[in-house]
Design a protein around this ligand. Structure first.
Ligand SMILES: Nc1ncnc2c1ncn2[C@@H]1O[C@H](COP(=O)(O)OP(=O)(O)OP(=O)(O)O)[C@@H](O)[C@H]1O
Ligand SMILES: [Mg+2]
Length: 442
């Protein structure tokens, strides 16, 4: 996100404006100049991608009124004020209103460069974190990231929307790479806490002492323990199975102290655990009772049938766009192989295969089959045909072809009928059967 930061220079004196602008441009800043505050306000608003340097004494709206107006538009905007020589009270007042800093005339140009540099750095951080927060708090964006329309996936979506609104703590379980972390973010983002913090930590990544300190404090350098930091929002505990018994009981005390509904929502994610152990074996019963009332299970990819092809298509289109090349076309046999692979690494493994397939396609070599073989060698028998009726494969493949063709023709039914040699009625019936809707492609 290395976007260029601008510097808006606002001064009624043309000479001053020009010389500041030239100096800052020489120092590598992109500048724009305005002869009055009124003029500048036509361009500068909330989320202005830069900082402002303004004179205080100007006819019309003066610098102080301008500063107040800017602060009401965006109080994170750094504004550097230029004050008259010895005008201390004015400088103090400007700082009180929210100026980033001030420069006294006549000023040292190097000091101006240095101040502008610090101000633009601070601005970039502010804007980046705003953008990230918007993206993460926009539940619809996150829900759109969840690809798939199998019954399992639809159920997962409903669970997220339902439990997102609920008050209680949530436990997320599922094999590696099934989307647990993504689901935790989505749960937070679609619920009433979306504007509050989402704080996350892995219980497996720290020693017991460090984890205890980070979660509950006290932290020496004055940082806030995560339990405090997440207050009012969500605390996401990844790898909850690694939490020691004594920390589990401390967590339980914290949870009990909060009462109901809890101020801070806890989302606990269970990572790989021995298949013969249930969650009750892993967590203290009293903690399990608190956390496990609401549980979300992320289904393994091999149980999601047709989603495998949908995911492969969408993901390889995304990578193709990123790499500026074409997405690989999936042949019937390759589709069957994708559907039959065991996918021990679930969606993460598929993401990986899709990226490699795109890169391979760009080089014009290799096949999806060889990628799958190489990837699954370590995981026992590569391809299995067990368990699924032929009908499932045929349907999944049919769905993928229609989906692909609709996308390429941007929802033009006539073009799709033509390419697939299907009468309109059959196409309509198949689209209804596979819950494909024309409006998704236009
Ligand atoms: N339904 C989905 N649609 C699109 N992408 C998905 C989906 N589910 C997971 N992903 C992607 O798959 C990858 C793995 O997901 P994520 O990290 O959430 O899984 P996880 O279960 O938390 O894995 P781990 O057990 O390793 O922590 C990520 O790149 C994620 O964006
Ligand atoms: Mg995860």
């Amino acid at each position: 996100m290395a976007r260029a930061m601008k510097v808006a220079i606002v001064d009624d004196e043309a000479d001053m404006r020009q010389s500041i602008s030239q100096w800052l441009a020489l120092s590598g800043f992109e500048t724009e100049t305005f002869a009055s505050a009124e003029e500048a306000l036509k361009t500068i608003g909330a989320d202005y991608p830069g900082v402002v340097v303004s004179d205080i004494k100007m006819p019309g709206m003066d610098g102080m009124a301008f500063l107040k107006r800017l602060m009401s538009l965006d109080n994170g905007l750094p504004v550097i004020m230029i004050t008259g020589h010895g005008d201390v009270p004015m400088a103090v007042e400007a700082m009180r209103v929210g100026a980033y800093d001030f420069l006294e005339k006549p000023f040292n140009p190097d000091r101006m460069t240095e101040l502008t540099k610090k101000a633009t750095q601070s601005r970039r951080l502010t804007l980046d974190s705003r953008a990230l927060r918007r993206e993460l708090s926009d539940g619809t964006v996150l829900m759109k990231k969840l690809i798939g329309s199998s019954a399992e996936m639809e159920r997962l979506r409903e669970d997220i929307l339902d439990l997102g609104q609920a008050d209680g703590h949530v436990l997320i379980d599922g094999e590696t790479g099934t989307g647990k972390t993504l689901v935790a973010h989505a749960l937070h983002a679609v619920g009433p806490r979306a504007s509050k913090k989402f704080v996350t930590i892995s219980c497996a990544a720290w020693s017991e002492d460090q984890l205890s300190m980070r979660l509950f404090g006290p932290i020496e350098d004055g940082a806030i323990p995560l339990i405090e930091d997440a207050r009012g929002g969500t605390l996401c505990l990844e790898d909850i199975e690694s939490l020691s018994h004594s920390l589990q009981s401390r967590l339980l005390t914290t949870i009990n102290d909060q009462g109901s509904p809890p101020e801070t929502r806890i989302i606990a994610i269970v990572n790989e655990h021995a298949p013969d152990k249930t969650l009750e074996d892993i967590l203290r019963p009293d903690l399990f009772y608190r956390l496990g009332a609401l549980t979300i299970l992320c289904p393994p990819l091999r149980a999601r049938g047709e989603d495998i092809l949908t995911l492969f298509t969408r993901l390889s289109e995304q990578f193709a766009e990123e790499y500026g090349c074409d997405a690989p076309q999936v042949a019937a046999q390759e589709a069957a192989q994708l559907l039959q692979a065991p996918w021990p690494g679930n969606v993460r493994q598929l993401v990986n295969i899709a990226e490699r397939a795109v890169l391979q396609n760009r080089r014009g070599s290799g096949s999806i089959a060889s990628l799958l073989m190489a990837d699954n060698e370590a995981a026992g028998p590569a391809l299995t045909t067990e368990g699924k009726p032929l009908k499932d494969y045929v349907e999944a493949f049919e769905r993928m072809l229609i989906d692909n063709t609709m996308r390429r023709h941007k929802g033009s039914i006539v073009a799709v009928m033509d390419e697939l040699c299907l009468p309109r009625r059959t196409l309509n019936e198949k689209m209804a059967k596979y819950s494909l809707s024309r409006s998704d492609y236009t």
